[in-house]
Every structure is written in C-alpha cells, then in structure tokens.
Design a binder for this molecule. Structure first.
Ligand code: HEC
Ligand code: HEC
Ligand code: HEC
Ligand code: HEC
Ligand code: HEC
Ligand code: HEC
Ligand code: HEC
Length: 406
C-alpha cells in the first residue's frame, strides 16, 4: 500500500517534470528574449507562422528616430513624417525577393489617428502650402493604407504617426508598432510582420528657451532670432503665420534648399549651440526617448560622438553637407561590412539585394536593441532577438556555404 502510494507520487512528480520540460520547449522564444521589456510570444498569428510560411515580409523604418514639433502654431522644424520600408521574400532554394503580384498594407492597430494628438493639420497649409486631409501626411499617406512598390522593395513615405497611442496616450510610447500584411492579388494573406515606427516630439528647446514666456518657448526662440539677426519672425508668427525654419535655412530632410546665402538649418543650429551644450539629447529625442538603443550602445557603451566624430563643432561646419556627410559602418568595420559606395546606410543593400536595414534594423536601433519592440520582428522570424542571421528565415534549407557577408 505504502509502496504503491510512493510510486503514485513519483509518477506525478515525474509527469509534472516532463510536462514542464515540454512547456519550456514549446515556449522557447519566451526564455530567449532576455533583452528586457514585456515578454513577446511569436506564435502563430491568424494562421500565419513566420517560421514556416512560403513568404516572409521584413519591415523597418529608415531612421532610428523621427522627430517632429507637435505644436505648429508658432514655428516648425519638422513635420510628422515616418518612412516605412518592407521587402517580401518568397522562401526557396534560392529565395526570391518579390514585388510583383503582391501588395503590402500597413496600419497602426493601436494608433489609428493623429489629428488632435498634434495640431499639425491646423497649420499644414500655412507652413507647407498644401491642403491635407485629416490624418494624411505630406507625401499623401495616412495612418493605414498600401505601401508603394519601388524597385525591389515597398515604401510608405511620410506616415504622420505620433507617439500617442489611442487608448493610453499618456505616457507617450516612442516605439510605436506598425503592422504590415503582404497579400497576393486575390487578397490572400501571404505574410505578416510588426515593426517599430519610432517617433518623438521630444526636442527639449524649452529647457533653455524659457524666457520671457515659460509657456511658449518657440516664441522666445523667434524673439531671440529677431534680436540677433534683425529678422521679424515673431511678428510673422503673431500675425498667425507660423515660421518654417527651412524657408530660409536649407533642410535636405524636407527637400528644401532655403536661401543659399544662409547656413543650412543643421549648420546654423549646431554651430550656434556648440558653446551652449555638448549633450545631443538637448534637442534630439531625448532624455526620455533615449533614441540611441542599438547593440553598440547597449553592449559596448558607445555614445553619439564615437560615431559622429567631432560632435557639435564638426556638425556646425558650413562645408559639411548635412544629411549626407554622416558616419558609415565601413569607417570602423571591415570592408565586407561596408555600405555601397557613395550611398547612405539606409539606402544600401547587401546579400541577395536585401537592404542592410532588413537584417540589422535602422541606425541607432541596430539589433539587438534595448527596446523589445525593435526586437519583436527578429524574434518572430528566427526565434530569438538579434541580427537576422538564420539562413532558413529565407532559404528553405541552410546553404552549405556563403552567407550575408561572405
Ligand atoms: C542647452 C541650452 C539650449 C538648448 C537646448 C537650445 N538652445 Fe537655442 N540658444 C541657447 C542660447 C543660450 C542661445 C542664445 C545665445 C546668444 O545669446 O548668443 C540660443 C539661441 C538660439 C537661437 C537664436 C540664434 C541666432 O543667433 O539667431 C535660435 C533660433 C535657437 N536658439 C533655437 C533653438 C531650437 C530650435 C532649439 C531646440 C531644437 C534650441 N535652440 C535648443 C541655448 C539653447
Ligand atoms: C526669414 C528667413 C529666416 C527664417 C525663417 C529663419 N532664419 Fe535663422 N537666420 C536667418 C538669417 C538671415 C540669419 C543670419 C545668418 C548669418 O549671419 O549668416 C539666421 C541665423 C540663424 C542662426 C544662427 C546661426 C549662427 O551660426 O550664428 C540660427 C541658429 C538660426 N538662424 C536658426 C533658425 C531657426 C531654428 C529657425 C526656425 C525657427 C530660423 N532660423 C528661421 C534667417 C532666417
Ligand atoms: C541645439 C539643438 C541641437 C543639438 C544640441 C544637437 N542637434 Fe543635431 N540637429 C538639430 C536640428 C534642429 C537639426 C536639423 C533637423 C533638420 O534638418 O530638419 C539637427 C540635425 C542633425 C543631424 C542630421 C543633419 C546633418 O547635419 O547631417 C545630425 C547627424 C545631428 N543633428 C547630430 C547631432 C549630434 C551627434 C549631436 C550631439 C553632438 C547633436 N546633433 C546635437 C539640433 C540639435
Ligand atoms: C554606432 C554609431 C552611431 C552612434 C553611436 C550614433 N549614430 Fe547617429 N548616425 C550613425 C550613422 C551610421 C548615421 C547615418 C545613417 C545612414 O547612413 O542612413 C547616423 C545618422 C544620424 C542622424 C541623421 C538622421 C538619421 O537617422 O539618418 C542623426 C540626427 C543622428 N545620427 C543623431 C545621433 C545622436 C543624437 C546620437 C546619440 C544619441 C547618435 N546619432 C549616435 C551612427 C551613429
Ligand atoms: C565609430 C565606429 C563604428 C561605427 C561607425 C559602426 N560601428 Fe559597429 N561596432 C563598433 C565597435 C567598436 C563594436 C564593438 C565590437 C567590435 O569591436 O567589433 C561594434 C559592434 C557592432 C555590432 C555587434 C557585434 C557583436 O559582437 O555583437 C554590430 C552588429 C555592428 N557593430 C553593426 C554596425 C552597423 C550596421 C554600423 C553602421 C550602421 C556600425 N556598426 C557602425 C564600431 C562602429
Ligand atoms: C541577410 C542579412 C544581412 C544583410 C542584408 C546585411 N547583413 Fe550585415 N550582418 C549579418 C549577419 C548575420 C552578421 C553577423 C555575422 C557575420 O559577422 O557575418 C552581420 C554583421 C554585420 C556587421 C558587424 C560586423 C562585425 O565586425 O562584427 C556590420 C557592420 C554589418 N553587418 C553591416 C552591414 C551592411 C552595411 C549591410 C548592407 C550593405 C549589411 N550588413 C547587410 C546579416 C546581414
Ligand atoms: C533575409 C533573407 C536571407 C537570409 C537570412 C539569408 N539569405 Fe542567402 N539569399 C537570400 C536571397 C534573397 C538570395 C538571392 C537569391 C538569388 O536571387 O539568387 C540569397 C542568396 C544566397 C546564396 C546564393 C544563391 C544560392 O542559393 O546558392 C547563398 C550561397 C546564400 N544566400 C547563403 C546564405 C547563408 C549561408 C545564409 C545564412 C548564414 C543566408 N544565405 C541567409 C536571402 C537570405
């Protein structure tokens, strides 16, 4: 009797152990997501299993962070304007990057509108000279819709996303998630992914420009500018016409050439403020956003100036071309890891015509990132967070040789 009871107990303990082991195995991705943040379980989404399907879609955002002003009533540096990219790969031996016979839709399930989260649409026409429908960005894209096929990829330009989710706008979430769905012409879902559209209005000009008005730092800035440059920007804004800096200071980010006699916006801002601060987060997002979250900052302690050599002073030089003379992976890494010649990282392609950013993510968010949202896609595609490196994400069988940088 006693012996039987013991055996029964043993069987229960043994059985439980087996069950736990089985669960641990099934839930593997949960245990390998040792990167912090909420645990993400990349199980089958609406019948789509990214690790076995015939197609995968890999998405990303061109920049590691987009910033915008939020309040456009007085002055504007940048509009809300995120660029989403995607590549669709048909799994095979070899795999194929495809754009024809396929559509890719994007949406923000938790962030469906922007009107009211920023007053951009009240001033867009005065600032940019175009009448925009509510929630539509400067390149014609809304908060959901179709991406455009371009070359071997898809792009949605100028999506006007803000960092304020519908249900819980406070606190802001700077790492908003876009959903991308690839379909064939009959509307059948081929592949799904979730990627970050990083966005922040955290330009902390207000910390220094808080006089004379503590509530409208933009007006203080215009007054300061008027005092020093004999402009009349404050009067213009008071008359109801907000000031667009790029009207006078060239800004390639907006495709605006400004007045060629004047320094570019980047040169003007960095040179003028070189004596005021060395902290990039004073203006770039920011003490809360902490837009630098890539593997090099997290694992090797690298900071802005390690790559942006020379900091504020170098950025302020007038003979530098803003948005072009930027750091390059190839400056520090061996030549097989360099960008395409004369091309920025965000536009360079490598293995099989895939964008560098499809496997590594954008600058400042190079995988493995501090943010769980950045890592979600790689976790879903290969079972663990980090550079896309499992050949079978795209190849049906692991090739015997070769690989992304061979
Ligand atoms: C660390 C403090 C600090 C921060 C942050 C800061 N500024 Fe300034 N800024 C200053 C100071 C100080 C001056 C005035 C210098 C002087 O009086 O010569 C100034 C001057 C200016 C001027 C007048 C330049 C001129 O000579 O006409 C403009 C325009 C300006 N800032 C814009 C901005 C904007 C836009 C931001 C945010 C993106 C910003 N500043 C963030 C400290 C700061
Ligand atoms: C109407 C044209 C005009 C507009 C609009 C304008 N600026 Fe200027 N800005 C000037 C002129 C002119 C100068 C003086 C340039 C010089 O001395 O070479 C100047 C100088 C500056 C400087 C000082 C550069 C330095 O090296 O001393 C900063 C900083 C600056 N502007 C920032 C801004 C910002 C930020 C905005 C938008 C809020 C803006 N400007 C809008 C015309 C303009
Ligand atoms: C006083 C505010 C301010 C500070 C501080 C600041 N920036 Fe900027 N930065 C700006 C503004 C404004 C722009 C222009 C955005 C645009 O072109 O629309 C800019 C643009 C840039 C650009 C893109 C354009 C280009 O010139 O290539 C880079 C790169 C950059 N900043 C790097 C840095 C780094 C690195 C630091 C710290 C060493 C820094 N910034 C500190 C305000 C600032
Ligand atoms: C590991 C290197 C590295 C570090 C660290 C780094 N950057 Fe960059 N940054 C780059 C590269 C590379 C580019 C050019 C991206 C491209 O070619 O598409 C860039 C571009 C930029 C741009 C232009 C917009 C864009 O994203 O292309 C800004 C603004 C910028 N960096 C600001 C910063 C600030 C602020 C910091 C620190 C908080 C920082 N960077 C830290 C490598 C770095
Ligand atoms: C200023 C020099 C510099 C630049 C620019 C730079 N890196 Fe790095 N990177 C490093 C250093 C240093 C390390 C640390 C490990 C090492 O020495 O390789 C590193 C590590 C990495 C790692 C992690 C490797 C590991 O062991 O986990 C990746 C991935 C990476 N870099 C990718 C990039 C990409 C992509 C770019 C361009 C967007 C880039 N790096 C630009 C210096 C740089
Ligand atoms: C198909 C996926 C893929 C693509 C596309 C890709 N890479 Fe990589 N990359 C990897 C993998 C995997 C590694 C790590 C293994 C290795 O070192 O080869 C890596 C490593 C790197 C490193 C770190 C090297 C080091 O010193 O540790 C850099 C820098 C880099 N890649 C830059 C780039 C650039 C620039 C491009 C575009 C021209 C690019 N990669 C395209 C997959 C990719
Ligand atoms: C993100 C997708 C992706 C990943 C990950 C990837 N590849 Fe590829 N690979 C491609 C594409 C796309 C091609 C281009 C096929 C063509 O057009 O010939 C390719 C081509 C190749 C080729 C030449 C064509 C062939 O099949 O013989 C080799 C070899 C190869 N890859 C090896 C590897 C190895 C090894 C790995 C893992 C270490 C790897 N790849 C990871 C997408 C990928």
């Amino acid at each position: 009797m006693r012996k039987q009871q013991n055996m029964f107990r043993m069987a229960i303990i043994f059985g439980t152990l087996l069950l736990m082991l089985a669960m641990a195995f099934l839930a593997r991705p949960v245990f390998v997501s040792a990167v912090g943040g909420p645990i993400y379980i990349p199980f089958v989404i609406r019948g789509y299993n990214p690790q076995t399907a015939d197609y995968v879609v890999i998405g990303w955002n061109d920049l590691g962070m987009h910033c915008y002003d939020r309040d456009y009533s007085t002055a504007a540096v940048l509009p809300p304007y995120n660029n989403l990219f995607a590549q669709v790969i048909k799994r095979g031996d070899p795999p194929q990057v495809v754009t024809s016979g396929i559509t890719v839709e994007y949406s923000f399930p938790k962030n469906t509108y922007s009107v009211g989260k920023t007053n951009f649409w009240d001033y867009a026409e005065k600032l940019f000279g175009v009448a925009l429908a509510p929630n539509v960005g400067l390149a014609g894209k809304g908060m959901s819709g179709q991406m455009d096929a371009k070359g071997n990829h898809f792009v949605a330009e100028g999506v006007p996303v803000t960092e304020f989710s519908d249900a819980n706008p406070n606190p802001p979430d700077y790492y908003q998630m876009a959903k991308m769905v690839a379909k064939d012409t009959s509307g059948k879902v081929l592949a799904i992914t979730d990627v970050v559209a990083p966005i922040s209005s955290e330009m902390r000009c207000d910390v220094c420009h808080n006089q004379p008005s503590p509530t409208n730092f933009r007006m203080n800035i215009l007054q300061k500018h008027d005092e020093e440059e004999l402009t009349s920007l404050a009067a213009q804004a008071q008359a109801g016409n907000p000031v667009l800096c790029a009207n006078c200071h060239a800004d390639p980010a907006l495709g605006m050439t400004g007045n060629p006699e004047l320094p570019s916006l980047s040169a003007a801002m960095h040179s003028k403020h070189a004596e005021e601060t060395t902290n990039c987060y004073s203006c770039h997002p920011g003490p809360l956003t902490l837009c630098l979250r890539d593997v090099m900052s997290q694992k090797f302690g690298m900071t802005c100036n390690d790559c942006h050599v020379g900091g504020m002073t170098a950025l302020g030089q007038e003979n530098r071309t803003p948005w072009v003379d930027l750091p390059r992976c190839g400056n520090c890494h061996a030549s097989q890891f360099a960008e395409n010649q004369g091309t920025l990282y965000k536009l360079s392609t490598g293995h099989g015509g895939l964008y560098c950013e499809s496997c590594h993510n954008s600058t400042h968010a190079i995988l493995t990132s501090r943010e769980a949202n950045d890592n979600a896609q790689s976790l879903a595609l290969q079972g663990y967070a980090g550079t896309i490196q499992e050949c079978t994400v795209c190849h049906l069988t692991r090739p015997a040789s070769g690989g992304p940088h061979q």
